[in-house]
Design a binder for this molecule. Structure first.
Ligand code: ZN
Length: 161
């Protein structure tokens, strides 16, 4: 699948959940939707598409999709988003609402997934719980959600060393 500025330009054989024109966000921890981790409610560490800085080619055929003067340009973290166009596994994009303005939407890298996912899927604080959140960066701020049941939130910036 090729994407341009978070708009799907084309899809490869076998891709059924995306069509050209879909708006997407690339994610470097993808989901194959088939492995034990993808089927778990407590993990997003897909066996096939988890972050892997050593994987520099497409999984389907072990080849890079780009080259310059005959030399391959290898992929990076499954998304290679430091270019205008890229090719990614369909599990490495998240389809978004087409009404969302593409110049404003962004994913805070692993920050949102980590903060929100760890709180909602792993910690699962019960009503009346006291929750401490250390740091107010992307991870800490993503731990907040109106869907959580905890009553008290303790915030603390990490000490400056
Ligand atoms: Zn998976």
């Amino acid at each position: 699948m090729a994407i341009c500025g978070r708009i799907v330009e084309s899809v490869g054989e076998g891709v059924t959940d995306l069509v050209p024109g879909d708006h997407v966000l690339p994610v470097f921890t993808g989901e194959c939707k088939e492995c034990a981790h993808c089927k778990s409610e407590e993990s997003n560490m897909c066996e096939l598409l988890r972050i892997n800085p050593d994987r520099k080619v497409m999984i389907s055929d072990g080849q890079a999709r780009f080259s310059v003067d005959g030399q391959p340009i290898y992929h990076f973290l499954g998304t290679s988003t430091f270019s205008e166009y890229t090719v990614v596994h369909s599990g490495c994009v998240a389809k978004i609402n087409p009404q969302a303005p593409l110049d404003k939407v962004c994913i805070l890298s692993c920050g949102f997934c980590t903060g929100f996912g760890a709180t909602v899927n792993v910690a699962k604080p019960k009503k009346g719980s006291t929750v401490a959140i250390f740091g107010l960066g992307a991870v800490g701020l993503s731990a907040f959600t109106e869907n959580l049941n905890f009553d008290t939130i303790l915030l603390r910036e990490p000490p400056v060393e």
